[in-house]
Write a protein that binds this ligand. Sequence first.
Ligand SMILES: [Zn+2]
Ligand SMILES: [Zn+2]
Length: 105
Amino acid sequence: MDVSDGMREAALAFPNSRSNEADESTVPDSVACELYKHPHGEHVALLLDLGPNDEDGAAWVTWCTDGSDVKVRRKPYCASKSPSGKDVCWLHTQHRGGCSWERYE
Ligand SMILES: [Zn+2]
Ligand SMILES: [Zn+2]
């Protein structure tokens, strides 16, 4: 999905977005859903990390398969860690499907 100027501005408008010198070029021009393949429900992709702390989370864009209902929201990161403790999940809290580390362990 292409990232529009409006989505980019919304991501950069969150507090802390500029603390790590984020600017328009920090937000990707296009994103793809980061969840496991799923037939229903909204898709989600990271637009901008809102550090410096993990609790600060990130700006995420969510959208429906038909391209409607695009929203830019701030959510904390998922707190899940792999059983070995080596990998963390880079999706947002309360995401659908499996955690990203499950693909590697
Ligand atoms: Zn998806
Ligand atoms: Zn997770």
